[in-house]
Design a protein around this ligand. Sequence first.
Ligand SMILES: [Zn+2]
Length: 232
Amino acid sequence: MKLETETLLKPNGYNLTNFSIDEIGDDHISTGIETPIKENAFHLSDIDKKERIAHLFSEIMDVMGLDLTDDSLKGTPNRVAKMYIDEIFSGLNPKNKPKVALFENKYQYNQMLVEKNITFYSNCEHHFVPIIGKAHVAYISSGKVIGLSKLNRIVQYFAKRPQVQERLTNQIATELKQVLETEDVAVIIDAKHLCVSSRGIKDDTSATVTSYYGGVFNTPSKIAELQNYLNN
Ligand SMILES: [Zn+2]
């Protein structure tokens, strides 16, 4: 890990000193539960965003010395732009939020429901490299039930943003509480960060686990019961 002080020259002209970019990145500081997003984030259309990103990405490639006339490389800026907007960062745009329909709990099922091993791919907002993990979500119905695939879709929506794992965990939990109209939700995320394994400290075996236990889940007996489901 690089610890020396660096000066960050911001595009608008002011400097941040006594500040190590690498330190911040590796410590994975998170600012709050909301993804930091500009007020005018969606003034540009997706088409315009892709055009701009493709242009800017071609600049990065050019600066690195890559030959953009090469057959294999010339389509890359457009591919990256399309992938950013339509796929891996599509969760930034609220229009892509999954619409959730709830059903009456006709089965009178009143124990916890656990949807485990939801595979997701996200990206670390400090390095823009993948976070690959599994999410386990659970809730106890307050009278309504949700289609199981929607639990998966909610995880995928928040994963498709530049993220830190702590925020991802809390964003999923907050959304579940809101749509299910209950505090009784739990989220556990177990993920591998490529910024830790493929660069920096280069630890290939560590994983990061985060959790949210709301309402009755925040009791030793419910946590034990949930752990039991997850270990089965
Ligand atoms: Zn990172």
